[in-house]
Design a protein around this ligand. Sequence first.
Ligand SMILES: Cc1cc2nc3c(=O)[nH]c(=O)nc-3n(C[C@H](O)[C@H](O)[C@H](O)COP(=O)(O)OP(=O)(O)OC[C@H]3O[C@@H](n4cnc5c(N)ncnc54)[C@H](O)[C@@H]3O)c2cc1C
Length: 314
Amino acid sequence: IIDHSPALELLVDEHGTVCGATGVNRQTGDTWVANAGAVVIATGGCAFLSRALGCNVLTGDGHLMAAEVGAELSGMEFSNAYGLGPAFSSVTKSLFYNWATFYYKDGSPIEGAGSARGRSVIAKTLQTQPVFACLNRADDSIKSWMRTAQPNFFVSFDRQGINPFIQHFPVTLRLEGTVRGTGGLHVVSEDCATTVPGLYAAGDAATRGLICGGFTGGGSHNAAWALSSGFWAGAGAATFGRNARSSATRIALRTGGVALQGKGSHAPDSAEIIRAVQAELFPYERNWYRRGDVLEDSLQRLDALWDRLRSGAC
Ligand SMILES: Cc1cc2nc3c(=O)[nH]c(=O)nc-3n(C[C@H](O)[C@H](O)[C@H](O)COP(=O)(O)OP(=O)(O)OC[C@H]3O[C@@H](n4cnc5c(N)ncnc54)[C@H](O)[C@@H]3O)c2cc1C
């Protein structure tokens, strides 16, 4: 275990087989190298720093590293999950909105708006005006169950002095990307191998289309998949690694185009790059509704940004 030390690039041998990883220690700035018989990517999903609950460490590094060695992704049409929550907090726990009514600012109900069904109506309304919710469909027994079932749901309300059962509060939809969407690294066998020899995937980094279609939602299947696929991927990687290690001494080539390259006269402006990417990923009109021409437009800008980064021009 190397703490505070994100992995940023995979290493491959002369045949393109994955044989390790390299990264940086964020406290010292030193790089580290780990040679290995095989690698399991378990870096979670990607929510593009949207501040959705628990998601701000999930920046898709594993997907990038894997893509840079040629791994295929699967189910990425399901990478646009948005979590529903109060506009003033990061708590995107959505279950209790099944007991909510949604309102315009003037207090009139929004026809068709809902959490499980009707989020598109909320997204559409949010494009032009704020949306408010009130958990006024919960009876007393449900209310007391809610407090014990998910106490952290109420923390931000209590801090703001808002009673969500009687007061209208502003809500928003935060991108959760492939955290609650299901796209990820394509898994080609029961030991969770990817399309690249020596590379395995587990948990949210892998596609979850195999277990739950397009949207994972909440519930124990997510943790069950993380544990099960971790077990299978670990066993698969260990078997692969044992065989690889018994072969002749291997060379290890770096594969990253940007992360540790440090090209150009100055370090890239990370904040500016993050803003530019978020501007393509967050807006509902781009990522929620996903029209071909709009996606094409975004892709052109993102590809151009990536080319500039790779050439050290930004
Ligand atoms: C709001 C919310 C509620 C949820 N509720 C439930 C629930 O009730 N039940 C359930 O089963 N599931 C639930 N889930 C889903 C569940 O949290 C995930 O499916 C599960 O955590 C995935 O486990 P994982 O190990 O694949 O990834 P994660 O738990 O996301 O862990 C990935 C780890 O990789 C690390 N990492 C990222 N990049 C790098 C890098 N470059 N180098 C090194 N490390 C890196 C991250 O810091 C993180 O620690 C919920 C998810 C959300 C967002």
